[in-house]
Design a protein around this ligand. Structure first.
Ligand SMILES: [Zn+2]
Length: 75
């Protein structure tokens, strides 16, 4: 007879517990904001001579990520 072990309550470590959504988990002060990075601007400038459309696509789609407005942390 096989006795199935009782399911152990798994300990879940909640990162950033008690923080408002969008708040930086590192400094707990800044806001995580989707912003265009330096590379976005650079790619945009490089592609601009080829036309406004590829530059716009790159600007809208690439090199974007949530970044803390306070400490600059990017997950
Ligand atoms: Zn931060």
């Amino acid at each position: 007879m096989v006795v199935a072990p009782a399911p152990q309550p798994s300990q879940v470590i909640v990162v950033g517990a008690g923080l408002a959504p969008g708040t930086c988990t590192v400094c707990r002060n800044g806001k995580m904001k989707n912003s265009a990075s330096f590379w976005t601007w650079l790619c945009c400038c490089i592609l601009l001579p080829f036309g406004i459309l590829p530059a716009l696509i790159v600007f809208c789609c690439c090199c974007r990520g949530p970044k803390c407005t306070k400490c600059g942390y990017t997950p």
